[in-house]
Design a protein around this ligand. Sequence first.
Ligand code: MAN
Ligand code: CA
Length: 257
Amino acid sequence: MEAKSKSLTAERDEMMGSLKTCTSQKTALSTERDSLKRTNSAIEEKSKRLTSEKEDLSRRLNSCTSQKTALTAERDSLKRTNTDTQEKLTRLQSEFTKQRAELHSNTLQLTGLRRERDELQTKLTVFERYSKQSWTYFSGSFYYISTTKKSWRDSQYDCWGKGADLVIIDNKEENAFVRKFQKKLWIGLSDRLREGSWIWQDGTPLRTSFWYPGEPNNFRGTEEDCAETKYYDYENSWNDVECTNANFWMCEKKTGV
Ligand code: MAN
Ligand code: CA
């Protein structure tokens, strides 16, 4: 009986030991489980947060991507438009330059043509006026022969009054033309300003001359300062004579043609 009690006690003690161990193990496991539960719930929460954050980011990324696509398309379209515009501008600039040059050249031509027209109009007016008054045209000038006689100076005044001058004989042909009228005429030549220095009435010095042999001579000491066509039958037809003499005269109007 005693033995049996001993064994039971031992068994109880052993069982109590086991129970203690089990209890403490249970406690440890319970603690561990609680800790794991907390950790797990923390992880779950974090995962939830991250998931929602991820979704938010995904939405934002999508929106950003679609905006980027739209902006890229817009940029490309603007680039094309810009290229087109640039080309158009270049074309317009070159066209503008060309037209400006054309305008400039046209303006110059127009100015030239206007000047030419005005000159021709002036010449035409001169032609009409002098041909109406029965002046004779020869080699670019109109000529008039007086029907009365005057001194050299008054003859000159008469020519001025007619918008002309006493004739200036430039060459053999013009001299022949003057001689053809077979008249002793005043010509626009004198040395009254300086003795011996024969000049035409427009101030040009005498170069080609047609003096009769022995002329000019200030005949017998007289002051013969004006020229006339006394010897018109000869090529060398000119004579110097006193300016106060009365002579027919010849006026010349240059037309510039
Ligand atoms: C006249 C005038 C002069 C001229 C002589 C020539 O006297 O006409 O001027 O020189 O004739 O004999
Ligand atoms: Ca003379």
